[in-house]
Design a protein around this ligand. Sequence first.
Ligand SMILES: Nc1ncnc2c1ncn2[C@@H]1O[C@H](COP(=O)(O)OP(=O)(O)OP(=O)(O)O)[C@@H](O)[C@H]1O
Ligand SMILES: [Mg+2]
Ligand SMILES: [Mg+2]
Length: 570
Amino acid sequence: MSGVEGDNESPELKSSVSPYEDALDALSSLITKKTRADRSNKGDGFDVLFDYLKMLELDVAISQMKVIHVAGTKGKGSTCTFTESILRNYGFHTGLFTSPHLIDVRERFRLDGSELQTEPYKTASLVFSVSTLGSNRVDICEEKFLAYFWWCYNRLKEKTNEDIPMPTYFRFLALLAFKIFSAEQVDVAILEVGLGGKFDATNVVQAPIVCGISSLGYDHMEILGYTLGEIAGEKAGIFKHGVPAFTAPQLDEAMFVLEKKASQLDVPLQVATPLDINLLNGLQLGLDGEHQFLNAGLAIALCHTWLKRTGHLEGTYLDQISSLPDQFIKGLTTASLQGRAQIIPDRYINMENLGDLVFYLDGAHSPESMEMCGRWFSLAIKKDIQQQNSWKDQSQDNSGPSNGLISKYHNEASRRSSTQILLFNCMSVRDPQLLLPRLMNTCANHGIHFQKALFVPNISVYNKVGSHALPTTDPQVDLSWQLTLQRVWEDLIHGHKGGDDKNNDSICEEGKEYTEKNARSCESSLVFPSLPLAIKWLRDNVQQNRSVRVQVLVTGSLHLVGDVLRLVKM
Ligand SMILES: Nc1ncnc2c1ncn2[C@@H]1O[C@H](COP(=O)(O)OP(=O)(O)OP(=O)(O)O)[C@@H](O)[C@H]1O
Ligand SMILES: [Mg+2]
Ligand SMILES: [Mg+2]
């Protein structure tokens, strides 16, 4: 294939449903069958990334990019989101690359803060030249995305061979991000590490302006190591000689390793002070949850250093900042990232009765983040109860001015009781014996007890890529993992109630599996063969019992959170 125009053409275009689905198909073809635990993949062929950069003519561009690079176990995406928002408020043209996505793969690439997934389909004409795109500073719309996508994909297809095969899924997306950011001439590129640090595709950047390490904890141990020290060592793989770095406060074991790696590379490493809420002038952080103060503190340090090192700010980073510039406050308080501590009422149910069914979404999937998530959820529920009570008081005290409709709603709402339900799934590489107790105990310590837990499988690998196609229910779906989760949950509940060693099976409706309710039912839990069935069950319940408000915590997997968003937002 020759010439840029031809490069933009999808090979499967003729038989396609839509050009966008064609791109997703091509992207799916890059998902390797190797399991994430396959260590033979570790580091192998990292250098091949530099070959890809040459093939895409990105080697010079990347060395000139003013990059902020962030690794960590938890809080990378949030830190990057705050960072982007702050620098955008300074007027810089920003590029943000995060992972994973929830609904649409374009969420991973933001230009000037725009989320990319919301546009309706357009029949894209793909025959325009990529070289004309860079000058146009608008969001990355579908056409633009497709043009960059096929430019990279086809060029790599043409130049790769048996020795240098096509890049894998995440590597391709990182290369695509570099292409987009260089063509769009961003002032700053904020890059979230996909996994680990040292061997991550984003680590081809040789001279970032500043690096950040967000909270470290236990995740992906099969790849990164089983001790906090080992994990910290992998993440510190993003440190570059002499380039300043900041870390969120860490446990000693992790901090020790970070400091050691930093001193080997002459990296000035500082701990970023968590943000003091008083610096926000009474406003709230754009992302909810206590842990966000750690992420915001790190983002402040990263932005401050970036501004300084690029010659936009005088002075040094102070440990005790007494006030924040307006751009920082605006950036921090308006940042947004879906699926992290996000509350959305179910529109299907709530047309008439706002608040009957509410989803609390948080993509936590490591033990530490389970605890954070449990705290956030419990506090949100308590706040909601306080709100209900204050409405109850107001409706009893008729003295004040009242708006008829609102007070009628408040009146009704305050008469209803609320109940909490958990909707959960996690990947089978994760340990539910660590995740579920952490979540349950945190909530229980705040007085929140789930009435039921629902377990569902994730939708499909294809949807991980970001198809708009609706999930279908596979009648043959293997639910053994969800049944394992259910067993862990039932054991926990019975442990909590001080119950005997009763075999779970005796309290589960054996033999009635997936019949009437389409679910395998136990005393405190249900396994559904698909998410739409679980959502239908929730909606049916709410409609049958209007005196109860149902608050559903969705967590354990960002994919699950994305699937729920996709179904609930429609
Ligand atoms: N500093 C933190 N400490 C502990 N948990 C956190 C922290 N920040 C975020 N979390 C939890 O982790 C979840 C994911 O947050 P975020 O997307 O910022 O992290 P990430 O590092 O990008 O995660 P991923 O590994 O999925 O890419 C949040 O929903 C929240 O539950
Ligand atoms: Mg992760
Ligand atoms: Mg992330």
